[in-house]
Design a protein. Structure first.
Length: 177
């Protein structure tokens, strides 16, 4: 954790915001209402739940989305619109099972904010990050994201390989039933 990491996070949110603004502009040119969501503090919209529901990825043990192609080292942007897009279903890639066996982010977390088991959060069992431990450390170090940087899914070119392995494992399990 250092100021450089915090600056990189800010830069990545800026890239996501620029993309959201560009897409919203194009949608407005097509005659649709469109409002870019330019970052987690810019709106009341929590971006992770809708991204999970539309099949963008699965929730990782570190509390961020893991996408099979992009890993977990990315920032979300969004556009609120009335344009009639086809809904994409929620998908499972095997990431949840992977995280249940992996302890890399959990062991690397300096404030020990990542739990080894899922917890009930507002009636849903999911991976839990103790933000009472995470946020003070994040603030004191001008940004952290160690959990994301050590996540195997964040390594370049690893996501597709892991996704293939998980798909083969799921197929074997399905055939053994």
């Amino acid at each position: 954790p250092d100021r450089g990491a915090g600056a990189d996070v800010t830069r990545q949110y800026g890239r996501a915001a620029a993309a959201a603004k560009k897409i919203a502009g194009w949608l407005r040119e097509q005659g649709w209402d469109a409002e870019p969501v330019t970052g987690p503090m810019a709106t009341k919209l929590l971006m992770i739940p809708p991204a999970l529901e539309c099949g963008f990825g699965e929730l990782g043990k570190h509390g961020s989305i893991i996408n099979p192609e992009f890993g977990s080292a990315f920032r979300l942007g969004a556009v609120l619109t009335d344009a009639p897009f086809e809904l994409t279903p929620k998908r499972e890639f095997g990431i949840d099972d992977f995280c249940s066996r992996c302890r890399v982010c959990e062991n690397a977390c300096p404030p020990f904010a990542i739990t080894d088991e899922k917890q009930m959060v507002r009636g849903v069992e999911k991976w839990y990050v103790d933000f009472d431990k995470c946020i003070p450390f994040f603030a004191a170090t001008s940004g952290c994201a160690i959990c994301i940087s050590v996540c195997p899914w964040s390594l370049p070119e690893v996501g597709f390989n892991l996704q293939s392995k998980l798909a083969r494992r799921a197929e074997r399990l399905k055939n053994n039933d």
